[in-house]
Design a protein around this ligand. Sequence first.
Ligand SMILES: [Fe+2]
Ligand SMILES: [Fe+2]
Length: 147
Amino acid sequence: MTVISDFMQQDHVDIDAIAERATAAAAAGDATTMVREGAEFLKRLQRHIDQEEQLLFPAFEERTGMREGGPSVQMKMEHDDMRPILEQMHAAVAAKDAAGYQKASKALFDILVPHNQKEEQMMYPMLDDTMGADAGALLADVKALGA
Ligand SMILES: [Fe+2]
Ligand SMILES: [Fe+2]
């Protein structure tokens, strides 16, 4: 079963597409679009992180008992590394600061690209394997969070 993998991987793709629109607008000096798409990107990424941290990772840790030093712990540490940069991006959106947004966005994606690869190649498949027949019910909760 790949129900969790498919959904979360598609969310990465959708969120990346919003990020592309925000950085393209920032590069073109289109502050209005940068603010709109940047705010949407930050909202969607936060929801995605909440889905992982509040539902998916706790379910994984519960089932496997892998709390200390497991893959979900590493993923949460990488989320923590993103938080100050996300704050900078929020500030840049609020200030309509295209250059600041671009700089922070680049720093974020240096972390986010390999992070998403690890989730897609390891974390999500392990979640699907671990949850088995319960993956669908967990995914329903994920979809409902913040919807
Ligand atoms: Fe993540
Ligand atoms: Fe993710």
